[in-house]
Write a protein that binds this ligand. Structure first.
Ligand code: GLC
Length: 461
């Protein structure tokens, strides 16, 4: 009698453990109820890395012909453009450069990563103020940057660098205390299995690869892409996510995006994504704001390294800092891309942009990291270039244009008003429910930073 009571008690404890453990079902309704992990929205600024065999030719047009979209500028699409019979300028260029018998696959040996130093990259990223990194573990060409069994002889250990790029970067990034993520393309342009037998491709190639990547490196983020050919049921995305959320070693911390099938962007999965502002606009207070989202873009017009770009094709540091401010004040993250060269070097112009962002964030980071949207957000941004973020009861007023005087409606109290990075007194007064701030007298010797400035209004909310 006593014994069976014990047994019932143990069974009760075990079953209640299971009920208490979050269990997601393999359907969107259940999966979408999982909140995007808080670390993601707190991080606000990340670095995307597009690196692979396409970094060898590193070539794409920089000017668009009428009717063309930004995608034409992506150098990582080299193989696809080369094989496109309608594309008139790609093949002649390729043949003139490399000869008519030269295949895309032949570039792999020149993807040598000679100067790739993961610690050096990690150091640069840390200094840029980014809090997370996303590396292309596999782009649409199917080449993996880790020793994937499913990608035999078409991965960075079997050919090219002969190194486990994902593994090396993963360790270096974590050592700096940053979050590590992997981009992974669901589809592969020219994989015969993908073309002939989708289900077999998904079961024997794609899912095993995702599980291998996740269990080997235990990333904080999985950034899927290349989903547009099929609906999510064909990709078995719900099953994959149920595994990620319930069973995988990263089930508590993993953040994912919304690219899981033709119908999923801005609809299902984790956070929403925009790309060069496409897909949905990150501007203003719309649906996107109540759900975590992320804008990704290159510093130039391409994600992969494009050696034909010149200075005019790159955003200035000021432009990028302004984009970061715009996105964060609208509730989004910025994932800024760098495209290393085939020998493992991050182009100096990109390094310089990252350092400038880092310098700005050193002074103003508290107005960016761990902040949230101000619900009363008055629409001052378009004309006056005034943006807001909040943290607890503090309000941050970020001006991307220096004003002598700023008037903020819907505010009636403050413990103090300061200019971040400066000791200069900031005169201010309340009248009605408006706050008027007088800019302090700054000069080149005492201005705390360039490009944008932040007033912190303590205890305003
Ligand atoms: C796209 C492109 C790709 C790029 C990516 C980044 O879907 O196909 O080249 O990697 O988006 O957002």
């Amino acid at each position: 009698m006593k014994k069976s009571f014990k047994l019932v008690f143990v069974l009760f404890i075990v079953s209640s453990m299971y009920v208490n453990a979050q269990n997601y079902e393999a359907n969107w309704e259940s999966l979408d109820s999982r909140p995007v992990p808080e670390w993601f929205a707190d991080a606000r600024f990340g670095i995307f890395i597009h690196w692979g065999v396409y970094s060898v030719p590193a070539w794409a047009p920089t000017n668009l012909e009428s009717g063309q979209t930004i995608y034409q500028k992506y150098s990582e699409w080299y193989w696809k453009r080369l094989m496109d019979p309608k594309n008139e300028y790609f093949r002649p260029h390729h043949e003139a450069m490399y000869g008519s018998g030269f295949k895309y696959q032949d570039f792999a040996t020149d993807f040598d990563a000679t100067y790739f130093d993961a610690d050096q990259w990690a150091d640069l990223f840390k200094r840029s103020g980014a809090k997370y990194i996303v590396l292309t573990s596999k782009h649409h060409d199917g080449f993996t940057l880790w020793p994937s069994r499913e990608s035999w002889n078409w991965n960075s250990v079997d050919i090219g660098p002969h190194r486990d790029i994902c593994g090396e970067l993963n360790s270096a990034i974590r050592a700096k205390g940053l979050h590590m993520g992997f981009y992974y393309s669901l589809y592969e342009w020219f994989n015969p299995l993908y073309k002939d037998n989708l289900e077999k491709y998904v079961d024997t190639h794609m899912i095993p690869q995702i599980k291998d990547l996740v269990t080997r490196y235990e990333p904080d983020l999985l950034w899927t892409d290349g989903e547009w050919d099929h609906n999510s049921d064909k990709w078995k995305s719900e099953e994959i996510l149920a595994w990620l959320y319930n069973e995988s070693p990263v089930k508590e911390k993993i953040a994912v995006n919304d690219r899981w099938g033709k119908e999923t962007r801005s609809n299902h999965g984790g956070y929403y994504t925009t790309e060069y502002d496409l897909v949905h606009s990150g501007e203003g207070i719309d649906d996107a704001v109540s759900h975590p989202w992320e804008e990704c873009r290159g510093i130039g017009g391409s994600f992969g390294w494009n050696r034909t770009e010149s200075l005019e094709d790159y955003s200035t540091s000021e432009e990028i800092i302004h984009i970061l401010i715009e996105k964060v004040s609208a509730g989004g993250n910025l994932l800024l891309n760098v495209g290393p060269t085939a020998d493992g070097h991050i182009p100096v112009i990109m390094q310089q942009r990252l350092m400038d962002i880092g310098d700005w964030l050193k002074v103003n980071g508290e107005a960016i990291y761990e902040t949230r949207v101000w619900d009363n957000n008055p629409s001052l941004k378009k004309v006056d270039k005034i943006f807001f973020t909040t943290k607890g009861s503090d309000l941050y007023v970020i001006v991307t244009k220096w004003h002598k005087q700023i008037v903020i409606p819907q505010l009636s109290k403050a413990k103090s008003v300061t200019l971040l990075g400066s000791d200069l007194k900031v005169n201010h007064k309340f009248s009605g429910s408006k706050l008027t701030i007088q800019a302090p007298d700054v000069n080149p010797g005492n201005i705390p930073c360039n490009h944008a400035w932040v007033y912190k209004i303590e205890n305003a909310l």
